[in-house]
Write a protein that binds this ligand. Sequence first.
Ligand code: IMP
Length: 180
Amino acid sequence: MNWIMKSQPNLKILITERQIKNKIKQLAKEISRDYKGKILLLIAVLKGSFMFLADLIRELSVDIEIEFIELSSYGNSTESSGEVSVIKWLTKEIENRDILLIEDIVDTGLTVSTLLNKIKSHKPSSVKVCSLTSKPARRETDVPIDYLGFEVPNKFIVGYGIDYNEIYRNLPEIYYLENE
Ligand code: IMP
């Protein structure tokens, strides 16, 4: 299955498995240093961040808890509607907790900015953002990314958890779609 998908001519490699692994080790080191002695609550945004989360937490040396949230996504197109609606929200109180939001991509920034406002309204001790990728060329609203994996060009990317119409999430590398 993987072989068939990777052989599609419009999938171009952008970030290799080795580059992702190395970057995650580096990010985990920084996060572990910054949250030493604390219990960190990771809030992962489904579905795109699941693979990043799974690899990142195995490199962390601090105690963590995990929560998942899910928002409306692109659906069948590669353009965001700009509207963010909640499909699944937190299952526990986050007041006085140290929160790290885990994202796959910060594109326009609207998702993270909406989430940060919602999370802050629950009065956590601290909130930071960790994103595997960022597309600065597409930004519409300024959002802080405290821990960033890779800046990517203004192209539609897939793989390593990130989809196009729900496929390609299982690719271990990150690709871009050539004609999008
Ligand atoms: P934002 O609200 O525009 O920052 O978009 C964030 C969300 O859009 C991400 O979490 C992804 O689900 C989706 N997205 C943005 N760019 C891409 C892409 O290149 N490939 C796949 N999904 C994307």
